[in-house]
Design a protein around this ligand. Structure first.
Ligand code: PLP
Length: 381
């Protein structure tokens, strides 16, 4: 069986876990390995600060709290995303306002954002789907003109960039995920990237139960105290140790994924040329990270058949993201502005093929052959 996902494993993970526990005697947060991960992200991206978190969801939650968005205020985002993008703002009583996506990248359609702005709008939350950037120049310009914040849900976009700028560093806050399904993993984990140095202290307080403990650890104050509201968003050293091993070979992981992605693209190109399937679009200004490889079938019925055909041939492929505005919580807490031309229709066509670090060239060959076999059997009408 070819799994849909296998969590990345670089080699030294267990040795580092042991070092954290038996040598460093530090299994709570913010020890050697957390610092290593933080430094890696700060050096690679140039962000003012990166704080490791317990998940991508908690990074989004921190971003939402730090914007100080209030009950009844609005944040514009796509409906085609994971629920955490919306949850983070719903938890503060804010209202996610969905706009349609672009069918080419599955990202928020930047041309629809301005029309959704009201006197209650406070910000825009973009999602870089599949590690392919949203049209950030346009979005940043709209945000500047209307005085809105920008939060980047860059959960899928670690090591990807837009016009050379690392994703997660363009908006006020960037949110990474290191869940086991993401390119780099710590089991459950994430990171918050903070663009402006002036907001780092507030973020540290929020992450450390509302205390100024981070300042205390740096020796800047002689005792720490409860200074604001907060929660616990810092991950254990054990998780950070796992991630540190992968960051050491981050380029190797990225290269391997990009190679498999390019192979899929090349081998499936003939089917796309015949108009049987659609392949992903990566605009010229975007460097992606091969977070996923998807194809689009004609419609929901064809996709369902293709998923079962692949399963019969020992290949696990998946669909995902039921648009949030059609989900029970989405109906309760959110609203859709404008027309749903592409969100539902395109989400029903999209199919994700296996994509992970240890996926082999032979496996991708086999998967592409089976996809071609399926379309050979179901002749065009
Ligand atoms: C994975 C993901 C998240 C959530 O990350 P977790 O680490 O699982 O909390 C949020 N948004 C998007 C777009 C994701 O893909």
């Amino acid at each position: 069986m070819i799994q849909f996902n296998v969590p990345p494993y670089a080699g030294p993970e267990m040795e580092y876990l042991e070092k954290a526990a038996a040598v460093n005697h530090r299994i709570s947060g913010d020890g050697e390995f957390t610092k290593k991960c933080r430094q890696f992200i700060e050096e690679r991206t140039g962000t003012a600060a990166c704080l490791l978190t317990t998940s991508g969801t908690s990074a989004l939650e921190m971003a939402s709290h730090l914007t100080r968005i209030e009950r009844g205020e609005e944040v514009i985002m796509p409906s085609y995303t994971f629920c955490s993008t919306a949850d983070a703002f719903v938890l503060r009583g804010a209202v996610p306002v969905f706009v349609d996506i672009r069918p080419d990248t599955m990202n928020i359609d930047e041309k629809l954002i301005e029309d959704a702005i009201t006197d209650k709008t406070r910000g825009i939350a973009v999602v870089h789907y599949a590690g392919v950037s949203c049209e950030m120049d346009t979005i940043t310009e709209i945000a500047r003109r209307h005085g809105l914040f920008v939060v980047e849900d860059a959960a899928q976009a670690v090591m990807a960039s837009y016009k050379g700028k690392p994703l997660g560093t363009i908006g006020d806050f960037g949110c990474y995920s290191f869940h086991e399904t993401k390119n780099y993993s710590m089991g459950e984990g994430g990171a918050l990237l903070i663009r402006d140095a002036g907001r780092v202290e507030d973020a540290e307080i929020l992450r450390e139960k509302g205390t100024n403990r981070s300042k205390f650890f740096r020796g800047q104050i002689d005792k720490y105290t409860w200074v604001d509201y907060g929660s616990s968003y810092l991950p254990s050293e054990l998780n950070a140790a796992y991630l540190a091993a992968q960051f050491e070979v981050a380029d190797r992981i990225n290269k391997a994924r990009l190679a498999r992605w390019a192979q899929y693209y090349e081998e499936l190109q003939p089917l796309a040329d015949e108009g049987r399937i659609e392949l992903p679009t990566v605009p010229a200004e975007c460097q992606h990270n091969a977070h996923m490889f998807y194809i689009k079938a004609a419609d929901l019925a064809e996709r369902t058949k293709l998923i079962s055909f692949l399963r019969e041939n020992d290949i696990l492929s998946v669909s995902h993201y039921i648009p949030l505005h059609t989900a029970p919580a989405g109906k309760k807490y959110c609203c859709f502005h404008g027309e749903d031309r592409f969100t539902t229709r395109e989400s029903e066509r999209l199919l994700r093929l296996p994509m992970f670090y240890s996926l082999t060239e032979e496996q991708v060959d086999y998967i592409c052959d089976k996809v071609k076999e399926f379309y050979g059997k179901h002749a065009c009408v």
